[in-house]
Design a protein around this ligand. Structure first.
Ligand code: CU
Length: 398
């Protein structure tokens, strides 16, 4: 036995692994493929048909191109035999660059007009308008640069294509050019970054010391797979929480030693008064979730053990938005924007923006978090007995 005999199996296993990798990759692509038809779920296998169609189309296109290549090669050889010049590939490729420029520009135009309308809906919060303005400015500047550079790139490729009649000019280095294409983008990018920095700082001025306290503080807690919403009661203050107090009936782990907890309310819908600052205190109980409300341009991770928050001001009521989008059933939504598990898709809540009067009415109907069942479980005195008792006499968690 020599070493050369032991090598082939090694090579084979490498080939096998490479083949497996390609197979897995295409397998993933096939699994992820979706068709536009909505009845795909009704007809299992329709996705596979769609993928098979495009694979076949690709194979056919590749064969056609290969055949055209062969024909051209034969043509060229026959020209050579007759002592004539073959195809001038420099001209062909240079022309193809121009075709690519026009097709690519049209593709970019199509992308902006078709896909552009699928971007975010109208901003319904104060800071949302500013974020949109920033996004638009950046898009316009980069678009102008994109159009100019692409036209220059491809027309230069065409104009200065290889020709036997002229020789290329050798330009090893030019400091002026280097300076121009370094300093100009640097200045533009610095302006954009500073612009973004101050906007973001303003949006995230959520530290109450800096930005002033919010009109309403609301706790939003994510867990697999729902959001729990807690409003402060009449005192306007949310009571303390402690994850160690989490039990079946007290799923948020609210600390009832804190008297501020007593009147806290639970809600199923996130209802917000229009034009008031809202501070959402964001929590997670198991994995990382992400609180996402696209209409308000709000997105913030919900991290276990690390409370986060977001302060914003909704500016358009649900009613107004319904008229704007001409959809009487329109609702703002709060989503989870982290793929946090199998029922992640189900993690959404309706958000309703209303007038102050409607809000007051709605709050007055909310049920307290401290239900009779929870009182019993926590061995708290009943609501009636409780009235005269000071909070330090409450028997809690013992
Ligand atoms: Cu989630």
């Amino acid at each position: 036995m020599n070493t050369s005999e032991s090598k082939p199996p090694m090579k084979n296993s490498k080939k096998l692994l490479a083949f497996l990798a390609v197979f897995m990759l295409s397998g993933t692509n096939l699994l992820m493929a979706q068709t536009e038809t909505t009845d795909a779920a009704a007809k299992p296998g329709v996705n596979w048909l769609g993928v098979g169609y495009y694979v076949l189309l690709f194979v056919v296109a590749a064969i056609v191109i290969a055949i055209i290549g062969r024909i051209l090669r034969v043509y060229e050889l026959s020209q050579q035999i007759r002592g004539k010049k073959g195809i001038n590939w420099n001209n062909v490729i240079a022309t193809l660059f121009l075709v690519f420029l026009v097709a690519g520009m049209y593709g970019a135009y199509w992308d902006i007009t078709e896909q552009g309308s699928m971007t975010l809906p109208e901003a319904a919060s104060k800071h949302g308008v500013r974020i949109d303005a920033m996004f638009l400015t950046t898009t316009i500047i980069t678009l102008i640069v994109f159009v100019i550079t692409q036209i220059l790139l491809f027309t230069f490729l065409f104009r200065y294509r290889h020709s036997d009649k002229r020789r290329a000019y050798f330009l090893p280095h030019n400091n002026t050019i280097e300076k121009v294409w370094t300093i100009i983008p640097a200045i533009v990018l610095t302006i954009l970054v500073i612009f973004g920095f101050f906007t973001w700082q303003d949006v995230e001025n959520s530290s109450d010391a800096k930005g002033g306290p919010a009109s309403i503080n609301i706790d939003v807690t994510g867990h697999q797979f729902a959001w729990e919403i807690r409003y402060p009661g009449a005192d306007g203050i949310l009571g303390r929480k402690d994850f160690r107090l989490t039990v079946g009936a007290n799923k948020l782990g609210i600390d009832f030693k804190d008297k501020n907890s007593m009147d806290d309310l639970q809600a199923d819908t996130l209802v917000l008064p229009v034009n008031k600052t809202i501070r959402l205190n964001i929590f997670a109980q198991d994995v990382i979730h992400s609180l996402y409300m696209p209409h308000f341009r709000v997105q913030q991770n919900a991290v276990p053990g690390l409370p986060t928050f977001f302060k914003f001001t909704p500016t358009i009521t649900t009613e107004e938005m319904r008229r704007k989008v001409d959809d009487p059933k329109f609702e703002y939504l709060l989503y989870c924007n982290k793929i946090c598990g199998s029922s992640h898709y189900n993690m959404q809540k309706v958000v309703r923006v209303v007038t102050q009067d409607e809000y007051n009415q709605w709050v007055s109907k909310l049920k307290p978090y401290l239900t009779p069942a929870l009182r019993t479980e926590l061995k708290l005195a009943s609501a009636d007995q409780n009235k005269g008792i000071t909070e330090n006499k409450l028997a809690l968690n013992n």
